[in-house]
Design a protein around this ligand. Structure first.
Ligand code: ADP
Ligand code: MG
Length: 613
């Protein structure tokens, strides 16, 4: 609670006490009015003052104005206790709302408590503490056990386990050794690490994630925009009805002025749409915040809303459903030795970050002399063209071989095949195989249980491998041998069929698809800038099982939003109707305004609760 909230609470308590005293005193007439005016003014002076200021600025129909009008009206018709109570409860509602919003805002900050306070840097043999923003690229950081890693970098000395939980929701720490990259925001648990920074703080993973989370409030869901528009005509409409209710029947000779005025005042109190205006954004806020704790970053409420409605999930294969760490099964050279073929392939691939390339480089024992490598061109979804030792090689899929006109042939072995050619002369191929992610099959099953109608896998890899993977995972549809542009076409075809499509990829060769789908979900984004940029939802670690979780979070958030809208409107319209018929009193109005606000806010706060898997 902030100091201001504490002061308001004290004022509310004092006013409540004075109201009680006023109610117990046997007073009549003016004295009674005065006795209630004291707590009324004590608790409501700022509301009255705010209303006056707003009127001077030409803004009517705002909450403070409505409350002031309603309570002054109540005084005018002799409902002193009611007037004091309405103001009292209004302030209780406001107080409650500010505590709830403040709390959820702070809890997002706490959830995302990954901002490093300082960086310890070795400069000229001395340790100095700096603001992470002052550290340059290439400097050596010192991170002690228990400390947060302030910038992204590579371990140059030391090792130990690193806790990534704040970023990924993954509770198992990862082991890191010399030469491994580490990500800012993680905590070094056991070892003393010396880390060479690879980027400035502004480009670090931590800074990017924080920026993303902070900006997520700006992208509003359709329901949020609807509520804003709704509030804009709801309030004037109810106020106009109140005016008609106060004037028309008595002018037509139907009953006393004060009776109709009373009914109209209830309208004024109920005309406040704050329950919706507050609870709907709060629900999204809670959903997005809660998800971030599980390593699911959602870039805006609109994507949460969309994810709730998704019925078709499209997956990339390599690195998304499979691990993207290939083992070499066989080397089939033609006219060169196996070692030579692997050596050329590894050299050609040494600048590529594609999982295939990284695996080939890993399979090649010994260092690759980078001086041998000339111009390199990455051909997205096909492979690479590289100049090694002054000769031009093509390394990649059968499709790439077709492109260059090499005389290649399929391999009889199952697995992903990397073909190698020098210009048009075919040199043979390397057969590599990948493994499914352990939780991929379970994730697909869960998604179907959650009512996802169609699962589709798109891959640039060959038909045989693709079929085998799809079969093992229970994916409904497969399309193999696709270039990145053709993946986009497949997604467009699904969209044209009326499917609501989420695409899940690892951000390598699939950025165009990520942005084309209704919702683009990037996986394994720790450290991958491209994925963080182009996706709408970012899964920090690379586990497919986060997908059903993300969908459940979206579903729950939307359910709470719908509950709140239905409940608030039903209660408010119900009370308006009963009041027009003269069947209510001010206390009903208090419930219709503050009661509904508090209940809706409490319901919205459910969105922050962590979902158990
Ligand atoms: P996926 O759709 O399964 O994620 P990609 O579209 O990234 O696969 O790549 C499709 C195919 O293109 C790969 O299976 C591989 O044969 C080939 N390929 C792509 N990039 C490379 C590379 N750097 N080196 C070798 N082959 C590559
Ligand atoms: Mg891929």
């Amino acid at each position: 609670m902030t100091r201001r909230q504490k002061k308001t609470l004290a004022r509310i308590a004092a006013a409540a006490l004075l109201t009680l005293v006023a109610a117990l005193l046997p007073l009549e007439g003016v004295w009674k009015a005065l006795a209630f005016a004291v707590p009324y003014l004590l608790v409501g002076w700022d509301v009255l003052w705010g209303a006056i200021r707003k009127i001077l600025q030409g803004q009517v129909f705002d909450e403070e104005f409505l409350m002031s009008l309603a309570t002054i009206g109540a005084f005018a018709v002799g409902e002193y206790p009611e007037a004091a109570a309405v103001m009292l409860f209004y302030q209780i509602g406001e107080w409650f709302q500010s505590v709830a919003v403040g709390r959820s805002r702070r809890s997002i900050a706490a959830l995302m408590d990954i901002r490093p306070d300082m960086a310890r840097v070795l400069r000229g043999g001395e340790e100095i503490e700096l603001d992470p923003e002052e550290v340059a690229v290439g400097e050596i950081l010192l991170v002690r056990p228990g400390e947060r890693i302030p910038l992204d970098g590579v371990i140059v000395e030391g090792g130990g386990s690193v806790d990534t939980a704040a970023l990924t929701g993954e509770s198992l720490p990862a082991d890191k050794r010399e030469g491994d990259t580490v990500i800012s925001g993680c905590i070094s648990l056991t070892g003393l690490l010396k880390i060479r920074t690879e980027s400035a703080y502004a480009e670090s993973t931590v800074a990017r994630i924080l920026e993303l989370v902070e900006n997520s409030a700006e992208k509003k869901a359709r329901v949020e925009n609807f509520i804003t528009r709704f509030a804009r005509w709801y309030t004037p409409l109810v106020v106009a009805s109140a005016l008609l209710l106060a004037l028309l029947p008595p002018l037509l000779g139907q009953g006393a002025w004060s009776d109709w005025l009373r009914r109209a005042l209830i309208f004024l109190v109920v005309s406040c749409p704050c329950a919706l205006v507050v609870s709907v954004p709060l629900s999204f806020f809670g959903g997005i915040g809660g998800a971030s704790r599980d390593g699911v970053l959602i870039k805006g409420a609109n994507y949460l809303e969309m994810l709730d409605r998704v019925d078709t999930l499209v997956f990339d294969k390599t690195g998304t459903l499979t691990q993207g760490r290939f083992a070499v099964d066989a080397i089939h050279p033609q006219a060169v030795s196996a070692e030579e073929l692997l050596d050329i392939a590894a050299a050609a691939e040494s600048y590529s970050s594609h999982p295939v390339a990284e695996s080939v480089v890993l399979a090649h024992e010994g260092d690759i002399d980078r001086g041998r490598i000339g111009e390199v061109e990455e051909l997205a979804g096909l492979g690479v063209r590289a100049v090694v030792d002054g000769r031009t090689f093509y390394v990649g899929s059968g499709r790439l071989m077709d492109r260059v006109g090499a005389d290649w042939h399929e391999c009889h072995l199952p697995g992903t095949v990397i073909h190698i050619a020098e210009d048009r002369a075919y040199m043979g191929h390397i057969v590599i195989s990948d493994q499914l992610k352990p939780d991929a099959a379970g994730a697909i099953r869960r998604l179907k249980e959650l009512g996802v109608k169609r699962t589709v896998m798109l891959t640039g890899d060959g038909e045989k491998v693709a079929q085998a993977v799809a079969e093992q995972l229970g994916v409904d549809e497969v399309h193999a041998g696709l270039l990145p542009a053709q993946k986009v076409e497949e997604v467009e075809r699904l969209l044209a069929e009326g499917c609501r499509v989420a695409f899940v990829g690892d951000g390598i060769n699939d950025a165009p698809v990520l942005s084309r789908a209704d919702v683009g979900i990037a996986m394994g984004a720790l450290g991958s800038d491209a994925a963080i940029e182009s996706a709408d939802i970012v899964l920090m670690d690379d586990k497919p099982s986060r997908l059903p979780l993300a969908i459940r979070i979206a579903r729950r958030t939307m359910r709470v939003v719908r509950e709140n809208i239905a409940f608030s409107l039903a209660v408010k319209f119900g009370i308006l109707l009963l009041s027009a018929l003269g069947l209510t009193n001010m206390w009903w109005a208090v419930f219709g305004d503050v009661g509904v606000l508090i209940l809706a806010t409490l319901n919205a706060m459910r969105c922050m609760v962590r979902i158990k898997e």
